[in-house]
Design a protein around this ligand. Structure first.
Ligand code: F6R
Length: 607
């Protein structure tokens, strides 16, 4: 979603701002802009990719202080006047903003009464005008006074023509990080933009304002109290990674899964004890024994991983568990039982819906821990405790390697809790051993993935596609359907296989593509009966099944064998792989923008 960059120093700001914006492109956006201070404010904005903006600023406005932004439209259509930065009416103050000003309509009405004319349809534009209203020479105090009137969430950066050597930034619910260079300071909404420029960073907290110069920064809270934050080392994982020899980030990330799974599992399964160690979930055994239920909260792909996590908690540890879409959770006034443990699952660590759910748990005195990929992200920081899944930076908008790492981390958590509660040494050891063998199975499958193109042709020609499975394979079916929607824009539905006959089967006619996820587990026979039911009505069947299952293979129009896993809880780590590849290949066949599908954002920072 929207991205912010800023620079104060002696170098030309524009190339640095453009580089930062390019690094934020993966988050999804529809327009971009920069404002640079030198003898006034120079503003350039363009709809479309950062490359359009780069062409437009070919003659660089000189200047060593500037702000930049990539916008993902929320209030107002995709158009240049709605792109950021936004200026006040004297064009002396420029603002970039992430997230949403909830009371912008009231502020706008107030400012219009005072004669201000608005030039955009955005909520953001109230900010430069409001800051101007309070500006009497001190930029920090003007921003503070403006923000005291604002309700909602924001990460903002503000440049003043009158103060060419400073930037002001502030946050409330939308991340900002500052990076220290040699005689220069960088600002960004995503630490990915700072990699290579700053080794030491400082994360701003909610309701804080910072005055940034080339040499230093000065933080005060919105209430005026001065504070300091320690510098942190920028995570070493944040090395800017290109596509290597792969055509797309998505394909590269699919193929990185053996390695990302090794990283996730490394040092966490303790075979001689038949258990596991997850530093961030360091609950003493007596507390683990007393957990009354586990609630897993996430969105999209992270919700699908949460469904597998809930199954792991129930089956391995016999703790009642549920997974819920984070965006719904906090709006239903949930009961937060004091013995419960909540896990917030997120790749980006910035998803506003998931952050909202976390705050609901915390507000009601509950315990919530993060299962997060992005180190230092808002969710990791808000939870304080939790585990990193270590899949490494995921650049393609469609999540792939983060899903398998989330599932693996949740299975490790299930093993850890299970061993404390009900699992015997040998059961724990055999589960742990199988988990440690998964990266090799994934590698073996990806080396010879089977009839992916035949499956991709079938689904890309369909009006709509059904995905089904049972138990954890239903979570995989949901994930496969989500991938195909996102990457190939093919309408899909996913159902627990047995539900088909309760209604959806009415939609099956000759040639409807159906993708069935049927590993060789206790649900296999029943799922294959459900396959027979749709086959009898003319559906074209793709079956993802365990290698050697000749009966399942014979039922399919396209059969895709995957390596055997003995525990059905582990099967999603292999059955999801062909579904990721089918979505990728279907996207290629339909000529889609694979890494940046339309309308989507990598980091969904609005509710
Ligand atoms: C799917 C996808 C989204 C995200 C969802 C949650 O490919 O990328 O559905 O899974 O927006 O994002 P995180 O995991 O960053 O909280």
């Amino acid at each position: 979603m929207c991205g912010i960059v800023g620079y104060v120093g002696s170098r030309q700001a524009v190339p640095l701002l453009l580089e930062g914006l390019r690094r934020l492109e993966y988050r999804g956006y529809d327009s971009a802009g920069v404002a640079v201070v030198r003898d006034g404010l120079h503003l350039v904005r363009r709809v479309g990719p950062v490359a359009n903006l780069a062409k437009a600023v070919a003659v660089e406005p000189p200047g060593g202080t500037g702000i930049g932004h990539t916008r993902w439209a929320t209030h107002g259509v995709v158009a240049e006047p709605n792109a950021h930065p936004h200026l006040d009416s004297t064009s002396r103050i420029a603002v970039v903003h992430n997230a949403i000003i909830e009371n912008h309509a009231a502020i706008l009405a107030l400012l219009e009464q005072e004669g201000i004319q608005f030039r955009s349809e955005t909520d953001t534009e109230v900010l430069p005008h409001l800051i101007r209203k309070f500006y009497q020479g001190d930029p920090v105090e003007a921003v503070r006074a403006a923000l005291l009137l604002v309700q909602g969430t924001y990460g903002i950066a503000v440049a003043f023509a009158d103060h060419p050597d400073v930037l002001i930034a502030a946050r409330n619910g939308s991340p900002l990080v500052l990076g220290k260079g040699e005689g220069e300071t960088f600002l960004a909404s995503d630490p990915q933009a700072l990699a290579g420029h700053a080794r030491q960073v400082m994360y701003l907290e909610d309701r804080e304002i910072v005055l940034i110069t080339a040499e230093a920064w000065d933080i005060t809270r919105l209430d005026g109290v001065r504070i300091t934050h320690a510098l942190e080392e920028l995570a070493t994982e944040l090395v800017w990674s290109g596509k290597g020899s792969y055509a797309h980030h998505m394909l590269k990330e699919i193929h990185e899964q053996p390695e990302s799974l090794r990283r996730c599992l490394s040092g966490r399964v303790v075979l001689d004890q038949g258990g596991a160690k997850l530093g961030g979930l360091d609950l003493p055994p007596s507390e683990i024994a007393n957990i009354t239920r586990v609630g897993l909260l996430g969105c999209g792909t992270s919700f699908h991983a949460s469904l597998v996590g809930a199954a792991a908690m129930e089956n391995l540890a016999r703790i009642p568990a549920f997974a819920e879409v984070a965006s719904e959770f906090r709006h239903r006034n949930p009961v937060i039982d004091q013995g419960a443990l909540f896990l917030a699952v997120s790749q980006s660590g910035e998803t506003a819906d998931t952050l909202g759910a976390i705050r609901e748990v915390q507000l009601k005195g509950g315990r919530v821990m993060g299962v997060v990929n992005s180190v230092g992200s808002s969710i990791a920081r808000t939870c304080g405790h939790g585990v990193y899944v270590h899949s490494g930076p995921e650049i393609a908008v469609a999540s792939t390697k983060a899903f398998t790492s989330q599932v693996a981390a949740l299975l490790v958590a299930g093993l850890m809790f299970g061993r404390t509660r009900i699992l015997g040494l040998h059961e724990g050891q055999s589960f742990g051993r199988e988990l440690l063998g998964v990266p090799e199975l994934v590698e073996r499958y990806l080396d010879a993935p089977g009839a992916i193109d035949a499956a991709a042709e079938l689904v890309s020609g369909g009006k709509y596609v059904f995905f089904f499975g049972r138990g954890v394979s239903h979570a995989v079916a949901m994930e496969g359907a989500l991938k195909l929607k996102e990457v190939a824009y093919v309408p899909c539905m996913s159902y627990p296989a047995a539900e088909m006959k309760h209604g959806p089967i009415a939609l099956i006619d000759a040639n409807t593509p159906v993708v069935a996820v049927v590993p060789d587990d206790t649900m296999r026979d029943k799922t294959l009966s459900n396959v027979q039911e749709v086959k009898a009505r003319g559906a074209r069947i793709i079956i993802v099944h365990t290698e050697g299952d000749v009966y399942a293979a014979a039922l399919a129009d396209v059969s895709i064998p995957v390596p055997r896993t003995h525990s059905s809880l582990i099967s999603p780590l292999v059955t999801v792989l062909p579904l990721q590849l089918i979505a990728y290949r279907a996207g290629i066949m339909l000529d889609r923008d694979i890494d940046r599908p339309r309308n989507l954002a990598k980091s969904v920072t609005v509710e």
